[in-house]
Design a protein around this ligand. Sequence first.
Ligand SMILES: [Mg+2]
Ligand SMILES: [Zn+2]
Length: 191
Amino acid sequence: MNKAVFLDRDGTIIREFHQGGRDLTNISQVKLYHNVPRALKLLQQSGYKLIVITNQSLIARGIIPERQLMLIHQYLKKLLSKKGIKIDAIYYCPHHPTKGIIKRYSRICSCRKPQTGLIKKAIKDFHIDPKQSFFIGDTLRDKQAAEKMGIKFVLILTGYGRKTMREIDKKMSVLTIGNLLKASKWIVSAL
Ligand SMILES: [Mg+2]
Ligand SMILES: [Zn+2]
């Protein structure tokens, strides 16, 4: 069995572009947060698979075609591979339950976070033990998806992280760590 760190994409490893009310449609908009390469390297060196799990409803909404998303993901992988980091896989949900205009993607699905379809697929594809794995993200959807699968969740404060922190119910227990590098250091030292 393998262990993995599941990573949200926007607001976690790259800048949350949507916060400005726009969608990330082009590789020129892909900006890694500071220290993300160091963080991922640390996790990789500790034996974690690096798997990105991301909602990309802009496909359903007809903003970009799926092949453009592929190019963006290829670019992201290349950016990181130049720093010696291998992203094992990027799983995305192209659907949206209500706002879609592309018919085949405009539906309720089982893969849009907080649903667990993408994580389940990754677990199967890479023989991952959820109990030895972590999920790092910036929203409650990430947390819900992770915890349904028995994966420990770490909220970071980049992207929507601060907003998420304010939304957290006092009774809810959430491990919150400032950024991806700090979260990765914690994961590696918590072994
Ligand atoms: Mg996010
Ligand atoms: Zn989906």
